[in-house]
Structure formats: C-alpha cells, structure tokens
Design a protein around this ligand. Structure first.
Ligand SMILES: [Zn+2]
Length: 397
C-alpha cells in the first residue's frame, strides 16, 4: 500500500532560492522536451529518453544526468495522463503541455533522509534541509519504505511530498456492508443513519462561484489570472474540508467521543467489512440516470470525497465497492418499491419514512448485496441490469 506524506521544509532563504532555481531549470527542461514529443508523437519513457537525453543534457548541464532522467519521466507521465483523460487523436497534432516551475521530481539518487532532515540535489550541490515532523510524518518514517518524492514550491514555501510503501493492512473478512451517499445538500450520509453536514462547504463553494462569475463576465487578462488563482484556492479548500470529514474526524471522533461520527469510523463501528458508494464514473452510459445523479456529474468534489473515504477505508482494511447509482434515491430501502422524495424527506407507502440521503445510502449498501444474492435479483427483475458492483482495486494495493 502506498501513502504520500507531505513534509514542510525549514529552508533558509538561500535554500529557497536554490530550490526555485532548480524548479525553473527543471520546468524549462520539461518544456524543452515537448517539441520532441510533438514531432515524434512519442511519450513512452524509454523512447522519449532516447530522443531527448543528449540534447537536453547539453542544453541544461547544471541539471545533471539524474535530473534529466526525472524530467523525462515527468513529461512522459504528463502525456500519458493527457491521453488517458482527454485522448490524443491520431489525425491531430499532439498538444503542447506547459510545465510550470512549481515542482521537481526526486528519486533515491537525488535525495536521501538523514534523521529529521533531507539531503537534496540542487544545481550548486547537495543541501541538507530540516523538515517539520508531526505525528503523521513520524508514523510514515517509522513504518514505511520511502520511494519517489516531489519537491513542491507554493507561495515561497517548500514541501517534499514523499511516497512511502507501507505494509498492506489486514483485510476485514465478512459481508456486512455500509453504504455511503455523497450528496448536494449534505456532504455525506451513511446507511448507519448518520448525516454529515455540508453546510459550511456549500456556503464557501457558493461564495467562490459568485466571485468566479464576476470575474468571468470581465474577460481581461488580469481577471483570467485571478480566476485561475481562485480555482486553485477553491480546490484546495474543498480538498481540505473533504479531508477533514473523512480522515481527521475519524481520528478525533474516536478519541473525543464526538457525536458526529466520521464515515470510516461509522463503518468500523457497525462492524462493516465493505463500504459501498455510487459509481459516478461511467454515469453517462446510463440514459435513465435521474436529475439528482446528472447534477453531480461534473462536481469533482463528490468524487474527491469518495477518493478520500476509499483511501482511509482501505487503510483500515475495509474493502471498497462501487454500485450503479441509478434509482438509489427513488427506491425504498425497506420494501424495494418506488417512494416519494421531497427534499430531505423520503416517504414510501410501506410506511418507511427516512432522511432521503440516508435512504439512498441504505440502497447503496443493499444494491451490491443483491447482486451476490440470487433471491434479491429475482424478486425485483429491474434490479438485475443496474446492480453490478465494480470492485475498484487501488493501483497502490
Ligand atoms: Zn417501502
């Protein structure tokens, strides 16, 4: 299992300067490789290495052999990601990717750990820099095997994001599942009946959206720059709130007996071995997806919350599964019939009255169970086509 730890570097002004210079050269080397990628339509690591190694080494002698290799990896990976996300059509020119001087890749040849300090490559020789070491960093250093790293420079501060290989958690065995619904009104609801609020997150997001609209109506270059900065800020903010919900609350709610249980803590408390969520990835293929699902398609915050929960759940030994999201909100989680949903309330003629997101999360918990239980599928045939749990295996496991 791989986990990334972020280490804040306690740099001197000279070291900050040295890292900034390294990042500048690193990004220029990456940008220098882009024309080769475009001309030869080559983004395979080995192929690209053969194409660019000598010309780039000659152009950027201060970077040294290892940094040029790292830059080749960075460019190859960026193009692979572009192809996976947006595709690079065969009959069209390869788009240019612009690399900014904000990060540098390191490996074992260019960094090492010395107690509570890193020794890092710079163009003026190795430098030793201490880092802030909190409980998470201590735990990672104590139990994990350090692998590749990325130096990130943000607002004049330097961080080393270090990947660790950790022992795989012992999987919890059993078939009890907890469902998690990520929603528009509330951040998340679990089938154990807990609703985690999204009030603050929604308020902040609306504020960002309002200022974004103002800036978009004014198309000047300065406002475009501002817009870009805001989107980064908004993303980091939502990321932070999601992170708190799925991870920090988990730790603190156990320690403090907090009434608002964290999602994974909920699952563990319920004795669940499986956590099920809606698969919002391939939703476009489902014509019957309702408005509620479609409205969330492009809201990456939901996907991100799911990713965080998955990350934390897997670390706790809980298996994560995704189910088809169609009808999760309209179906009664008690009788399986169609119920009525009015805002936060779900009501069914069988007498089931529940918070609509909790009802949805109970369906999510149940849906995949139906697919492994023949009786459930037979009893409601229309479930058959929409219940296909896809177990997502993390590439890091
Ligand atoms: Zn019912």
């Amino acid at each position: 299992m791989e986990r990334t730890g972020s280490f804040k570097l306690l740099t001197s002004p000279q070291q900050t300067e040295a890292f900034s210079e390294l990042a500048r050269l690193f990004s220029e080397a990456c940008n220098g490789m882009v024309p080769f990628v475009q001309e030869h339509r080559c983004w395979n690591r080995v192929g690209l290495h053969h194409l660019v190694y000598y010309p780039i080494r000659e152009r950027f002698p201060a970077l040294g052999s290892q940094m040029v290799c790292q830059a080749v990896h960075r460019v190859a990976d960026a193009y692979k990601a572009l192809r996976a996300n947006e595709g690079i059509p065969k009959d069209q020119p390869v788009p240019a990717i612009k690399f900014t001087p904000s990060s540098v890749s390191f490996d074992h040849r260019t960094y090492s750990i010395k107690g509570e300090a890193f020794s890092l490559f710079t163009t003026t020789g190795r430098t030793t820099v201490r880092f802030a070491c909190g409980p998470r960093q201590k735990a990672l250093l104590g139990s994990g095997l350090p692998k590749e790293a990325r130096l990130a420079i943000r607002k004049g501060k330097c961080y080393l994001n270090l990947v660790f290989d950790l022992p795989d958690p012992i999987p919890l065995l059993g078939d009890l599942a907890v469902g998690l619904d990520v929603g528009e009104n509330n951040l998340a609801a679990t089938s154990t009946g807990k609703v985690l609020g999204g009030g603050k997150l929604r308020h902040d997001r609306d504020r960002y959206l309002a200022s974004r609209r103002r800036l978009q109506s004014n198309g000047s270059r300065a406002s475009k720059r501002k817009l870009k900065a805001i989107s980064g800020k908004e993303q980091r903010h939502v990321r932070h709130v999601n992170h708190e919900t799925s991870i920090n609350q988990y730790a603190s709610c156990i320690a403090a007996g907090d009434t608002e249980r964290a999602i994974v803590a909920q699952a563990l408390q319920a004795g669940a071995c499986i956590l099920r969520m809606e698969d919002l990835t391939h939703i476009r293929a489902h014509i019957k997806a309702g408005n509620r699902v479609r409205a969330r398609l492009h809201r990456w915050a939901f996907r991100q919350l799911q990713d965080f929960v998955q990350y934390k759940a897997e670390a706790a030994g809980i298996k994560v599964e995704y189910v088809d999201p169609a009808y999760t909100s309209q179906t009664c989680s008690v009788c399986g019939g169609l119920g009525k949903r009015v805002k936060h309330r779900f009501a069914c003629s069988c007498g089931n009255l529940a918070h609509s997101d909790v009802n949805a999360s109970r369906n999510i918990a149940r849906f995949a169970a139906l697919s492994s239980s023949a009786r459930g599928v037979v009893s409601r045939p229309e479930f058959a086509h929409r219940v296909h749990p896809c177990v997502v295996e993390s590439s890091s496991l």
